[in-house]
Ligand binder design. Structure first.
Ligand code: CTP
Ligand code: MG
Length: 230
């Protein structure tokens, strides 16, 4: 048993562009997906992962394990939330309904093991669970319909949601299903939980736990990896 992760990797990378979905782009000889898995599996508490793949994905290398830990795969959906739901359903049977499960983007290759450790330590002591997040650094403007600035939003309590996010298996599936049934687009797991009136814990994580969204993000990760390997 132990702690399992769901890794959504079924996106098309529309904002990145190009022919290869970004989770399969290689940096340092490995696809981003492998970097994401390696980061998760660097923590001894993480015992396996379900990788959620796009229907008809021809690039998945067919791994049954990675870094000595078991991998499973399943088919994802049109939205990230649907992919995560599919991943939760594909967890091994011995992962219990109230066990905590991690969700981590395949496109987030630079998770640090210290951040993961903090998330697990603090999140598993919270009744609901927790997410990694980084404080907002920029000054935020609320725009009106005309493109003029209505006001400046105080940023003191604003955070950028990162992954991994840690929630209980059944509670998370129910929350994602409820959001789907209500027709509400969910951009992270926490948002679905919040809609249920639950209050996940924020755990401050590193700024450089980036999600690769554009080619500039990929260049930044290349830089971060080279710096680590030096
Ligand atoms: N994802 C998924 N299933 C989807 C959409 C996204 O599993 N239907 C995954 C992506 O593969 C990625 C993570 O969710 O690992 C974060 O999503 P995002 O960065 O938005 O990736 P894409 O949806 O692929 O990119 P874009 O939105 O630019 O198309
Ligand atoms: Mg997307």
């Amino acid at each position: 048993r132990g702690l399992w992760a769901v890794v959504p990797a079924a996106g098309r990378g529309a904002r990145f562009g190009g022919d290869v979905p970004k989770q399969y782009l290689e940096v340092g000889g490995e696809p981003l997906l492998a970097h994401a898995l390696r980061a998760l599996f660097a923590h001894a508490a993480v015992s396996g992962a379900v990788v959620v793949l796009a229907e008809g994905d021809g690039r998945w290398p067919g791994w049954n394990e990675f870094a000595g830990k078991p991998l499973r795969t399943c088919a994802g959906g049109d939205s990230r939330a649907d992919s995560v739901l599919a991943g939760l359903a594909a967890l091994p049977d011995d992962v219990r309904a109230d066990d905590f499960v991690l969700v981590h983007d395949a496109a987030r290759p630079n998770l640090g093991v210290d951040d993961l450790g903090q998330l697990l330590e603090r999140g598993r002591n919270d009744p609901v669970g927790a997410i990694l997040a980084a404080p907002v650094r920029d000054t935020l403007k609320r725009a009106g319909d005309d493109g003029g600035i209505d006001r400046t939003e105080p940023r003191e309590r604003l955070w950028r949601a990162l992954t991994p996010q840690l929630f209980r298996r059944l509670q998370l599936s129910r929350a994602l299903e409820n959001a789907r049934d209500a027709g509400i687009a969910i951009t992270d797991e926490s948002m679905a939980m919040e809609r249920q009136g639950l209050r996940p814990l924020l755990v401050e994580g590193a700024e450089d736990n980036i999600k690769v969204t554009t080619p500039a993000d990929l260049a930044y990760f290349e830089f971060l990896l080279q710096r680590k390997e030096r």
